[in-house]
Design a binder for this molecule. Structure first.
Ligand SMILES: Nc1nc2c(ncn2[C@@H]2O[C@H](COP(=O)(O)OP(=O)(O)O)[C@@H](O)[C@H]2O)c(=O)[nH]1
Ligand SMILES: [Mg+2]
Ligand SMILES: [Zn+2]
Length: 309
């Protein structure tokens, strides 16, 4: 694949590239033409660089660079709690949310991923993997039916038992786009990556050693180039998906099922929590918005109000 940018360099020479992996304050930057990659560090203490960022760096030594500029971002996907935020990736087109028939997937995490995507203007694709596990399939389908009704695409796969279906189902949707894979561990993300990215294992080992001078780890976010164009970003599994940074206005608009009722509440500044004449609450009452979705909204509003400023 790539080689490290070690051959000949001029100290202080500037290069531009894409951040393809991040681990703590270590970033791996691939040159624009993909010919080489170099480990880089941010100049200051604070590192706010994400995988997918376009950056320029100055080469300091044969195997190290310093990031000097982050290019303008189309978007930045991150999660946050009361105290800190964690960056997923920048300059994305879509989320590929990987769920499975078993283990039981968290609907809370699914809901949060969809809201994060909507709030950042990103498309979401939902993959239901392991459809070969027939006993668990009906329930998984039933749990996903409301999301199909909301207009989300649900793609059923068995990455392990029917690997031949993966390319026909996903290639056109991934081509020339930057896609981040999100999912709890055990859902089949790695299995999917290995099908979609030729030599993914070798690439991971190479990234891991370049990033960490040999220390192997899989707990970093990394970007793979897809053979037909586009990028696939794999992130470590996560348990929490806090969205403390979203404002009330962003939240209410991020719920696709709320949109028909926005602006129809009695009070223009309605919080849709317990106000009289609230169009959202009436829609819940009338069975037009699922109570679970309203509960997620209320929970996210609650979390957003906890932010320490
Ligand atoms: N039955 C079944 N098992 C699968 C499928 N895809 C992945 N697995 C298995 O599920 C486990 C977790 O897969 P992995 O790709 O490591 O998941 P990750 O933690 O999301 O990266 C492994 O034992 C895989 O072999 C599938 O389509 N069907
Ligand atoms: Mg994995
Ligand atoms: Zn309301």
């Amino acid at each position: 694949m790539t080689q490290r940018a070690s051959a000949s360099y001029r100290r202080g020479a500037r290069f531009a590239g894409t951040v393809i992996a991040a681990h703590g304050r270590h970033y791996l930057v691939a040159l624009e033409n993909g010919s080489a990659m170099l480990q880089c560090f941010p100049r200051g203490k604070k590192s706010e660089v994400a995988v997918g960022d376009y950056v320029s760096y100055e080469q300091e030594s044969a195997d190290q660079g310093v990031l000097v500029e982050i290019g303008e971002r189309r978007n930045l996907l991150y999660r946050s709690d009361q105290f800190k935020s964690k960056l997923f990736a920048a300059n994305l087109d879509q989320l590929l949310i990987v769920l499975a028939t078993e283990p039981h997937f968290s609907e809370d995490l699914l809901g949060r991923a969809l809201i994060a995507a909507e709030a950042h203007g990103l498309k979401s694709l939902i993959v239901l993997n392991k459809i070969d596990v027939e006993g668990a399939l009906p329930l998984a389908r039933e749990r996903l039916a409301p999301y199909r009704e909301l207009g989300y695409t649900v793609i059923e796969l068995s990455a392990k038992m029917m690997p031949g279906d993966v390319h026909p189902q996903l290639d056109a949707r991934l081509k020339d786009r930057s896609t981040i894979l999100l999912g709890q561990s055990g859902m089949g993300k790695s299995t999917l990556v290995n099908l979609l990215v030729p030599d993914a294992d070798a690439a991971t080992r190479e990234i891991s050693s370049a990033l960490n001078s040999g220390r192997h780890t899989t707990t970093f976010t990394r970007l793979y180039h897809l053979p037909d164009g586009g990028a696939l970003i794999d992130s470590p599994g996560f348990q929490e998906f806090g969205l403390h940074h979203l404002t009330e206005g962003q939240l209410e608009r991020a719920f696709a099922d709320f949109r028909p009722y926005l602006g129809h509440c009695r009070f223009y500044n309605c919080h849709h929590l317990h106000e009289p004449g609230c169009a959202m609450l009436e829609a819940v009452e009338a069975g037009k918005i699922r109570p679970e979705r309203h509960a997620l909204y209320a929970q996210l509003i609650h979390e957003a109000s906890q932010i320490v400023r």
